[in-house]
Design a protein around this ligand. Structure first.
Ligand SMILES: Nc1ncnc2c1ncn2[C@@H]1O[C@H](COP(=O)(O)OP(=O)(O)OP(=O)(O)O)[C@@H](O)[C@H]1O
Ligand SMILES: [Mg+2]
Length: 237
């Protein structure tokens, strides 16, 4: 079998000199696919994402993107390689306008970013309407659109989203998932953490259940949704 487009392979490590949080943890996503990471609070989902993005040193294991070992690269260097990341918190500049947030997102670009801003507005029309408003004044769902839009500004090949639907209503969640599917259809790989496990696994090509920093269950979204143990322990039966 060929290697996934992006893989954090058997990652073990933690924060600074602290204890290991990840234990031989593997998460991966294929080209244009959606991979979803679920698991209880404190399971290490965000830590796994940070490890893949280079925000924490892995003691062992590796991260490879399109076959290249990027384990030693800084997050900034990974962005230049085509990775976009939307963290779980503090993912927008609240005092800046929507459009300024998008412009900031394109900071590494030296070419014309106008076309990409247009693409973001086409994906999230409400952001065009609110483009001159401070992002901090927007609703939760709209802020998440700003955060995703900002990450799209570097024209990533893989987009990593840590709980993109946190704190939004079920209707807004469905809309966000639809937009995320739309992004994946353009060929961008999506690796995301989700609290709404059932709904997220429904749209996932691949799913990972993490428990205490370890891979507890891995499979297609459908397989995990059908697995009695996963249902019982993580999906509420
Ligand atoms: N910056 C940090 N420094 C030290 N320990 C941390 C740090 N961030 C998280 N941890 C610890 O790492 C473990 C995993 O946390 P993490 O945030 O990765 O979990 P999570 O699965 O994303 O949880 P949640 O569902 O609440 O977002 C926890 O024990 C947490 O206390
Ligand atoms: Mg988290």
């Amino acid at each position: 079998m060929s290697e996934p487009f992006l893989i954090g392979d058997s990652m073990t490590g933690g924060y600074g000199k602290g204890p290991d949080i990840l234990h031989d943890c593997t998460i991966a996503v294929d080209k244009g696919e959606i991979a979803v990471i679920v698991g209880p609070n404190g399971a290490g989902k965000s830590t796994g994402m940070k490890a893949v993005f280079g925000m924490l040193d892995v003691r062992s294991g590796a991260v490879r993107l399109d076959g290249e070992d990027i384990t030693k690269l800084s997050p900034q260097a990974r962005v230049r390689k085509g990775m976009g990341f939307v963290p779980q918190t503090h993912n927008i500049f609240t005092a800046m306008t929507v459009e300024e947030n998008l412009e900031m997102g394109g900071f590494i670009r030296t070419d014309d970013i106008r076309e990409t801003i247009e693409q973001v507005y086409e994906l999230f029309p409400i952001l065009r309407e609110k483009r001159n408003q401070p992002a901090g004044e927007l609703s939760g769902g709209q802020r998440q659109q700003v955060a995703v839009g900002r990450a799209l500004m570097t024209k990533p090949t893989v987009l990593m989203l840590d709980e993109p639907t946190a704190g939004v209503s079920p209707i807004v969640m469905d809309e966000l998932f639809d937009r995320i599917i739309e992004v994946a259809r353009t060929g961008i790989s999506i690796l995301m953490v989700e609290q709404n496990a059932r709904q997220a696994l429904e749209i996932a090509d691949k799913g990972y259940v993490l428990v205490q920093g370890r891979n507890a269950h891995t499979g297609s979204g459908k397989e995990l949704l059908a697995d009695p143990e996963v249902r019982q322990s993580f999906l509420g039966g």
